[in-house]
Design a protein. Structure first.
Length: 616
């Protein structure tokens, strides 16, 4: 989802947009339908205005995209996103005005990328405002049920943002860091207040999520201020750049006097809620909770599914993926024990387990880097267009890894000066065996998230708003489809452990459909969900428990991986069948990737139009 905050003046955003290369959108190619120029120009102007207003409300996003350089952006570099109710309301007003203007545009006069742009913004505006207007708790306009949460709460995200996205190259950058560190206390209090309000309206988090949050915040709070990542990051990087100043002393004072008291207030509020919290897990426990889950399904999957449909589809996928794994284990003599025990036994026999040590973690990073290089060499066979930006494998910082997923991707800057980051969680090495690393690399880096997100971000023929938007079914569906493409490339022909990891990843994502719908539709307990997923996937109870808690926080998102992957494969095979000898997998990938991020229904329409141009 796009960041939607505010405190940045719109003039700063205008300057950022003006600095971007290639402002005008490319139109349809030769022989393809063309938009009415005046209608297309009106849509372009709408997109430009929405982008200005959106980026004006998110100084963090401006920094993450590398658009905050220069003296004109000095104010932006000193701010964090405003998380007050008023800021969210202003952001929704932007979407509301955009939706009104979209309705006044004659879509019969649009074609090609212009039609994709219109359809995509309309879907996003409609689904976001539906949730914002109906549900008065959680993240406004987005199905994240709890303002303070275990997965991506402000207390978790800001330390990572300050350490990895906020550059410290000059004294001015270091001063801006300190300003943002001071602002960290403010946004913490904003989240605390929203959490207090939600609890008073019957939307407090369940006991197990509150326990995890309290534990994670206490870990962040428990480090002496002078040793915290918040204080050491600016001092370390300033020293490395030869930037003199008392950065360590000043950052430590801010952590002690501003940040830690705000963390204490947040802990106190969560402890207050914990006294009366219950253990119910799914979205049904929330006010109007069944409708909340339905909204989450439609927002994340961009198509309507019932909870029963998702559950049934998940069970079918789990059965097929399990059979595929058994076809590897049984012929190898691995027939005794649970699925997880047999996979682990095969990994041990084939020396496929990392040491739980610094040496083991370093080897994992070396292996991930090698895997990126190896598959990158194969890409031209399947991809005509590749991103300019590079990607780097990194360990998730130890200070925040307890609340993070097993791996994730963080986009680089627009100009390529900051590469994309493929983060790996190395907290529990027994959960990070060689078995699954290659597929994690294919999913998060190449040809998965890094390729798709970078191609979208670098594409000057689509509006900036769509270059950076989020759509889980498209983005996560692509990353899971990319795993399939990697397998089709033959990367596992001489790597049985790698193929086993690929199949286990497929099984894990299939089980998500069962568990997400089980929790949020069939009212499973947390314990039942964990037991099912451990038995079905062979994953450890510790890793599965954090996954299940994630589905309680963002209901409807987990199915989007398989739903999106299934759609990418369906569209590809339909195109292959209809085009026959004219089908080119590289051209298909260009058609799907170079039109930017979009809802699945819009992707289907885009591929249908592309097939028409290929059949000529």
């Amino acid at each position: 989802m796009m960041d939607r905050r505010s405190l940045l003046k719109s003039g700063v955003a205008c300057a950022a947009v003006a600095a971007l290369p290639g402002g005008a959108m490319a139109r349809a190619g030769k022989g393809a339908p063309r938009s009415d120029p005046a209608t297309a120009a009106r849509l372009d102007a709408l997109y430009a205005r929405v982008w200005r207003e959106e980026i004006a409300s998110s100084p963090q996003r401006l920094t993450s995209l590398g658009l905050d350089r220069g003296a004109e952006h000095a104010a932006a570099r000193r701010l964090l996103n405003d998380r007050s109710e008023g800021a969210f309301a202003r952001s929704m007003d932007t979407l509301r005005r955009a939706r009104t203007e979209l309705a006044q545009i004659d879509t019969t006069k649009l074609a090609g990328i212009d039609l994709v742009n219109h359809r995509s913004m309309k879907f996003y505006a409609d689904i976001t405002l539906e949730g914002y207007d109906r549900f008065k708790y959680g993240e406004p306009g987005y199905p994240r049920a709890y303002a303070v949460n275990q997965l991506d709460g402000t207390y978790n995200n800001i330390p990572d943002f300050l350490d990895t996205a906020h550059r410290v190259e000059t004294a001015e950058d270091a001063e801006a860091y300190l300003s943002r560190l001071d602002a960290f206390a403010t946004v913490l209090d904003q989240d605390t207040e929203r959490s207090r309000r939600d609890a008073s309206n019957g939307a407090s988090a369940p006991d197990f999520i509150l326990d995890t949050c309290i534990r994670q915040i206490s870990l962040l709070r428990g480090v002496p201020a002078a040793q915290s990542m918040l204080a050491t990051s600016v001092a370390r990087r300033a020293t490395a750049r030869g930037v003199t100043g008392d950065w360590a002393k000043r950052s430590t004072e801010l952590v002690e006097k501003r940040v830690y008291p705000a963390l204490d207030r947040q802990i106190a509020e969560l402890q207050r809620q914990r006294q009366t919290a219950n253990h119910d897990a799914g979205a049904w426990r929330l006010p109007d909770g069944e409708a909340y889950y339905d909204w989450g399904i439609r927002l994340f999957n961009t198509k309507a599914f019932s909870g029963d449909e998702i559950h049934r589809l998940g069970l079918e996928m789990v059965a097929q993926n399990t059979a595929d794994i058994e076809a590897i284990l049984k012929p190898g003599g691995y027939t005794r024990g649970t699925l997880g025990e047999r996979i682990h036994a095969m990994a041990i026999d084939m020396k496929g387990v990392y040491e739980n040590s610094d040496a083991g973690r370093e080897k994992m990073l070396v292996d991930a880097t090698r895997q990126i290089e190896e598959i990158s060499a194969l890409l031209p066979r399947y991809f005509r267009t590749q991103p300019r930006a590079s990607v780097v494998a990194k360990r998730i910082p130890q200070a925040i890894e307890a609340g993070k997923a097993g791996g994730y991707y963080s986009r680089g800057s627009i100009d390529g000066s900051v590469p994309g980051s493929y983060f790996i969680n190395m907290r529990e090495m027994e959960d990070r065996s060689i078995v699954g690393l290659a597929t994690l690399t294919h999913h998060e880096a190449v040809p998965g998230h890094h390729m798709q997100i970078s191609l979208s971000q670098e594409n000057e023929s689509i509006p900036m708003w769509r270059r950076t938007m989020e759509c889980s079914a498209y983005v996560e569906g692509w990353a899971l489809y990319a795993q399939t493409v990697a397998d089709e490339m033959g990367v596992f022909e001489k790597d049985p452990l790698g193929r086993l990891g690929y199949l286990q990843s497929e099984l894990f994502r299939a089980a998500r459909l069962v568990v997400d719908s089980g929790l949020n539709h069939h009212r499973w307990s947390r314990e039942k969900a964990v037991d099912y997923m451990v038995a079905a996937t062979g994953s450890s109870r510790d890793s599965v428990t954090s996954e299940v808690d994630r589905y309680c926080l963002i209901p409807g998102q987990a199915p989007s991986y398989k739903i999106g992957q299934r759609e990418w494969i369906r569209l590809r095979e339909d195109a292959r069948r209809r085009l026959g000898a004219r089908f080119d997998i590289r051209a298909f990938h260009d058609a799907g990737l170079l039109s930017g991020i979009m809802p699945l229904r819009v992707l289907e329409q885009r591929i249908e139009e592309w097939i028409g141009t290929q059949a000529i």
